[in-house]
Design a protein around this ligand. Structure first.
Ligand code: PLP
Length: 392
């Protein structure tokens, strides 16, 4: 057997990508599987963005891009932060990467030494803890549950911060819960973080635009502007513009931090794909109507899914504020149906109902399942009725 590094043995493959792959494999074998595991919108990338990419190719957008991003895209990102987020950055405070995932990878590689800690509220996006471990750090998980709306309290945050804390991650609206912190809740967390200027506050705004609360989107830096100098704002075009396969994410933050992250990137991938950067620039600069169309569809499906889930015996589900996920508590249904845990139960759902959901354990929240409604109403109706049929 090949001798592998300790580093790679510390981590596991992405469980959400694994569920998607498993559902696809069963489907390829001819089985009738409805996949509700997807972490990407089911819509195609809007035409005006694809057309811009085609034109860019014809203009010769086929060469290396500068490591931190093309000047055009960085300018569009600066304008986007000013327009949507009231945040003022210069172009040397921006780093474009191969998806929001690489933005986080660069961040942890650039800031974490062995044994350093990163505070991560659970349920969390699956990649944060493993990326921290890959960098030699220790994820410090703060547990939240359905009864507190999946929100970390200021006391919990305060208790989690130690001398070794290098970074705190806030993801709102959240994958997997769909919940978003209010401005007041963020300000209360921000007050704690403002007392720790050495701790980097990473706000993951990936789902910023997929939001249907009455109040407009707000992140922790908006709520507590004093954090600006030790905060990094993470975002990307993957979810808002249905551009997951283009692989463009970006970060705005302190110049020295961005420069360090860029150095990591210069020795790993170099600049993100040139033609994708041209497309992302048009996505950010162009008409935003396409985003509103997708959000309307997600909201309609959300309303159906949450009602249908709450109608199932032994299942409880909160309304999401945004994203295309719901995160129902199945703990009672799991017990009633004789499954050992959410992992066994999700296996049972695949085998008996032909429906693929991601077990909550993957997000640090056993007893829950994540349902992605980035699929058609017809699939959702079908899936929910199949689940209903096998539940005791
Ligand atoms: N952050 C969150 C919360 C996500 O859900 C995702 C994607 O699933 C990402 C970041 C990274 O997105 P990408 O690398 O596809 O741009």
């Amino acid at each position: 057997a090949t001798k592998l590094s300790q580093r790679v043995q510390r981590i596991k493959p992405s469980p959400t990508l694994a569920v998607t792959a498993r559902a696809a494999a069963l489907k390829a074998q001819g089985q009738d599987i409805i996949g509700l595991g997807a972490g990407e919108p089911d819509f195609d990338t809007p035409d005006h963005i694809k057309d811009a990419a085609k034109a860019a190719l014809d203009r010769g957008a086929t060469k290396y891009a500068p490591v931190p991003g093309t000047p055009g895209l960085k300018k569009a990102i600066v304008a986007k932060f000013a327009r949507d987020n009231e945040l003022t950055y210069s172009t040397d405070q921006i780093l474009v990467s191969v998806g929001g995932k690489q933005s986080f990878y660069n961040l942890f590689q650039a800031t974490i030494d062995d044994g350093d800690e990163v505070v991560i509220p659970a349920p969390y996006w699956v990649s944060y803890p493993d990326m921290v471990q890959l960098a030699g750090g220790e994820p410090v998980i703060v547990k939240t549950d359905i009864d507190t709306g999946f929100k970390m309290t200021p006391d919990q945050l305060d208790a989690a911060i130690t001398d070794r804390t290098r970074c705190v991650v806030i993801n709102s609206p959240s994958n997997p819960t769909g919940k978003a912190y209010t401005r007041a809740e963020l300000a209360a967390l921000g007050e704690v973080l403002a007392r720790h200027p050495d701790v980097i506050v990473a706000t993951d705004d990936m789902y910023e635009h997929i939001l249907w609360t009455e109040a407009p989107f707000v992140n922790i830096v908006n709520a507590t502007p004093a954090l600006f100098d030790h905060a990094i704002v993470m975002n990307g075009v993957s979810k808002a513009y249905s551009m997951t396969g283009w692989r463009i994410g970006y970060a705005g933050g302190p110049t020295d931090l961005i420069k360090a992250m860029s150095k990591i990137q210069s020795q790993s991938t170099s600049g993100a794909t040139t033609v994708s950067q041209e497309a992302a620039q048009v996505a950010l600069d162009g008409d935003q109507g396409c985003v509103a169309d997708m959000v309307r569809a997600f909201k309609e499906r959300h309303d159906f899914v949450v009602a249908a889930l709450n109608d199932l015996p032994g299942v409880r589900c909160l309304e999401s504020d945004g994203t295309f996920y719901s995160f129902p508590d199945f703990s009672e249904a799991i017990a009633r149906n004789g499954a050992d845990d959410d992992l066994a139960f999700s296996e049972m759902l695949i085998e008996k109902a032909g429906v693929a959901l991601v077990p909550g354990s993957a997000f640090g929240a056993p007893g829950y399942l994540r349902l992605s409604f980035a699929t058609s109403m017809k699939n959702l109706e079908n899936a929910l009725s199949r689940i209903r049929d096998i539940l005791k």
